[in-house]
Design a protein. Structure first.
Length: 58
C-alpha cells in the first residue's frame, strides 16, 4: 500500500510548526492513536486517521 501525504504548509511553515511542536506530548499522542487503532482493528479510513491525529494534538 502506497501512502501519499498531503501537506498544505510551505517549507518555512513546516519548519516553524516542527520547531513549535510539543516534544513532551508526542509519545503520548502516538500511544493514544495506536491504542485506538488497535481497539478498532486498524479499520480506519484515511480521513478518520487524520481526524484522530488532529484530535490528540489539539
Amino acid at each position: 500500500m502506497k501512502v501519499q501525504w498531503q501537506v498544505k504548509l510551505t517549507a518555512d511553515e513546516l519548519k516553524s510548526a516542527l520547531r513549535s511542536a510539543n516534544r513532551t506530548r508526542a509519545p503520548g499522542n502516538c500511544d493514544s492513536v495506536l491504542k485506538e487503532a488497535t481497539a478498532a482493528s486498524g479499520k480506519f479510513t484515511h480521513d478518520e486517521v487524520i481526524a484522530r491525529n488532529r484530535a490528540v494534538t489539539e
